[in-house]
Write a protein that binds this ligand. Structure first.
Ligand code: NI
Length: 173
């Protein structure tokens, strides 16, 4: 496995729409790639990571809501689609490995149903609420070229981007 450098905002790649994975391409190579995504995510103390965050424009994300904890369960999620969402919303203080040093409240549907393919190309359907629903929506946003800060006011977004740009600069020094 390998750690891969994270793409951080502002970066035009984070605004691109990722490409679907063909069912025939769900193989050992993709599984290995997703294991690298997981390792990179764990190393950065994240609970979700989309492929574009390591510069790959594919509709792929990994999630583990309890890294290193008793409920740790890595999920390999390919071509996810939200097929239903509740009108009721919930608010969560979100952060993102691609927007360092910034957290803010984001309102999203409280419950969603998502269909996707797992690492064995098996179709899965999950009904999610709580942190899982938030995390799935955050990662599916990445796949569609959006960041959590795109849900905020223009002012808050510009503060977030300034902080992220500064953190990125310090990182490169
Ligand atoms: Ni993110």
């Amino acid at each position: 496995m390998a750690l891969i450098p994270l793409v951080k905002a502002p970066d035009p790649r984070l605004k691109k729409v990722s490409e679907p994975i063909a069912v025939g391409d769900i193989d050992k190579t993709l599984r290995r790639f997703m294991d690298d995504m997981l390792e990179t995510m764990y190393d950065a103390n994240g609970i979700g990571l989309a492929a574009i965050q390591i510069g790959v424009l594919k509709r792929v994300t990994v999630i583990d809501l309890d890294p290193g904890g008793p409920n740790s369960k890595p999920l390999y999620i390919i071509n996810p689609v939200i097929v239903a969402s509740s009108t009721e919303e919930s608010t969560y203080n979100e952060g993102c490995l691609s927007v360092p040093e910034y957290w803010d409240d984001v309102h999203r549907p409280a419950r969603i149903t998502v269909e996707y393919l797992d690492e064995n190309a098996k179709k899965q359907r999950v009904e999610a609420d709580g942190l899982f629903a938030t995390c799935l929506q955050h990662e599916i946003d990445h796949i569609n070229g959006f960041l959590f800060i795109d849900h905020l006011s223009k002012l808050r977004r510009s503060i977030a981007l300034r902080k992220s740009a500064k953190a990125k600069r310090l990182d490169q020094d």
